[in-house]
Design a protein around this ligand. Structure first.
Ligand code: HEC
Ligand code: HEC
Ligand code: HEC
Ligand code: HEC
Length: 128
């Protein structure tokens, strides 16, 4: 009987861990910025954690913070914000500036690292 209770306790612990991680970045498989309400292209595949571990990236390589003089602040991250919160081009019917930023970030690094996809169809590949 004791053993059963212990087992159920462990099981519940595992289940609640699984439920918790469902709300973290671990499950991101596509980039889906809420600023795009009417996507023309399939969502770009992006297995967040897997990608960043494989490429060995620090969080603020993408989730960056700049000071008022425009200098990058080391050791600080804006991971709690969507890219569009700062690069949204407010008032635009279609946020071209935001598209440019995403492409510069993703494609720009792939080009300079000579690794990762650089053609449109390689990123915008699979229908969501
Ligand atoms: C290669 C760029 C990149 C790196 C490196 C990166 N992220 Fe992200 N992260 C993104 C993008 C892109 C999104 C999704 C933005 C969207 O869809 O609005 C995101 C989303 C998130 C979210 C939001 C999750 C959600 O469900 O809303 C969190 C939290 C997050 N990242 C944390 C981190 C942490 C912690 C690290 C470092 C361990 C990290 N990120 C490294 C690009 C990156
Ligand atoms: C808290 C506000 C903020 C957030 C969130 C943010 N940025 Fe930025 N970003 C800036 C600022 C400020 C600059 C520097 C000034 C400029 O270029 O406008 C910058 C610069 C950039 C640049 C040009 C320099 C470079 O690093 O190549 C790109 C590309 C970029 N951001 C993409 C992104 C992406 C992609 C995300 C989401 C993963 C993101 N930004 C999230 C504020 C932010
Ligand atoms: C600072 C550098 C850097 C940034 C920023 C970056 N990547 Fe990558 N990415 C890489 C590297 C390096 C690889 C190759 C990793 C390998 O094969 O070892 C890669 C591989 C990939 C791959 C193929 C492997 C996989 O995970 O399926 C995809 C898809 C990808 N990146 C999408 C993106 C998207 C979308 C963004 C922007 C949100 C992005 N990347 C931003 C460096 C970067
Ligand atoms: C390295 C990956 C990558 C490559 C290569 C790439 N994109 Fe993107 N693109 C993205 C990401 C990430 C976003 C943001 C998607 C989102 O949040 O919905 C985006 C957004 C867009 C958007 C705005 C959202 C939409 O679907 O309407 C358009 C249009 C677009 N890309 C077209 C292109 C075209 C055309 C090319 C080739 C010239 C291209 N992209 C190459 C990653 C990429």
């Amino acid at each position: 009987m004791r053993k059963n209770i212990l087992f159920i306790g462990v099981l519940l612990g595992v289940l609640s861990l699984a439920a918790f991680s469902a709300y973290s970045q671990e499950d991101i498989e596509f980039v889906e910025d809420s600023a795009f309400t009417d996507n023309m292209r399939p969502l770009p595949a992006f297995k967040h954690d897997e990608h960043n571990e494989m490429a060995g990236l620090e969080c603020n390589e993408c989730h960056h913070v700049y000071d008022d003089d425009g200098n990058l602040v080391e050791d600080e991250s804006s991971e709690d914000q969507e890219c569009s919160e700062c690069h949204g081009a407010e008032g635009d019917e279609y946020p071209m500036e935001l598209v440019r930023r995403y492409h510069l970030n993703c494609r720009g690094c792939h080009l300079s690292e000579k690794a990762g996809p650089v053609a449109c169809g390689e990123c915008h590949a699979k229908a969501p």
